[in-house]
Design a protein around this ligand. Structure first.
Ligand SMILES: CC(C)(COP(=O)(O)OP(=O)(O)OC[C@H]1O[C@@H](n2cnc3c(N)ncnc32)[C@H](O)[C@@H]1OP(=O)(O)O)[C@@H](O)C(=O)NCCC(=O)NCCS
Length: 157
C-alpha cells in the first residue's frame, strides 16, 4: 500500500490526537490544542499518510534559537508497528535537521531506547550520540506507566 511522508499541518491535529488515544493510555494523550501548538512551533513535525489516514506521526518542537530540535513524541498505529514506519519518519526528520545543522534532543522511554541508542543506526541518519543521561522512573509514573527514560542529545556527525 502506498504511504507518503508529509509535513504535519495544524489541520492534521485531530487525526494525530485520535492516533495518540489509540496508542497511549487515554489520560496521557495530548489535547488537539496542544498538538496544534506543537505543529505550529516548527515545520519539522512529520506524518505518514495511507489512504488519507495518518497512521504514524513524529511531533517536534523547534528550539532553533538554541540550534536544536526536540522530538516530543513518535507514534505508529498499532497494526502498523514493526514494519519500518518509524524509521521512515526518522529518516525524513533527521534529513531536514541535518540539512539545517540542528542538534536533536529527546526524552526516550526505555522500551524505545534501542531505536536511538544504536550508534550504527544514528550514524545512518547522519548523527552521533553526544549525551545520554539515565533518568530513573521518569516516564509517566503519574499515569501508572513507570519506565526509566534517557535524555539524549544527538549531534550532526
Ligand atoms: C516506538 C515506535 C514508534 C516504533 O515504531 P515502529 O514503526 O514499530 O518501528 P520500526 O519498525 O521503524 O523500527 C525501527 C527500528 O527500531 C527497532 N525497534 C523498534 N521498536 C523497538 C523496541 N521496542 N525495542 C527494540 N528495537 C525496536 C526495530 O527493530 C528497527 O530496527 P532496524 O532498523 O535495525 O530493523 C512504535 O512501537 C510505537 O508507536 N510505540 C508506542 C508509542 C511510543 O512508545 N513512542 C515512543 C515514545 S519515546
Amino acid at each position: 500500500m502506498i504511504k507518503r511522508i508529509v509535513t504535519l499541518l495544524p489541520q492534521d491535529a485531530p487525526l494525530v490526537a485520535q492516533l495518540e488515544r489509540e496508542i497511549y493510555p487515554l489520560a496521557m494523550a495530548d489535547t488537539v490544542e496542544d498538538i496544534v501548538d506543537t505543529i505550529m512551533s516548527t515545520d519539522l513535525s512529520r506524518g505518514i499518510l495511507s489512504r488519507r489516514r495518518i497512521i504514524g506521526y513524529l511531533l517536534a518542537h523547534d528550539r532553533g534559537f538554541s540550534g536544536e530540535a526536540y522530538i516530543a513524541d513518535i507514534g505508529i498505529a498499532k497494526r502498523w508497528q514493526g514494519q519500518g514506519l518509524c524509521s521512515l519518519l526518522l529518516a525524513s526528520f533527521f534529513g531536514e535537521t541535518k540539512r539545517r545543522g540542528l542538534d536533536v534532543t529527546l526524552h526516550c522511554r526505555s522500551t524505545s531506547y534501542p531505536i536511538f541508542s544504536n550508534a550504527r543506526r544514528t550514524a545512518n541518519y547522519g548523527y552521533s550520540i553526544a549525551d545520554d543521561v539515565l533518568l530513573a522512573d521518569w516516564y509517566f509514573g503519574e499515569y501508572g506507566v513507570h519506565e526509566d527514560a534517557h535524555f539524549m542529545r544527538l549531534k550532526p556527525a
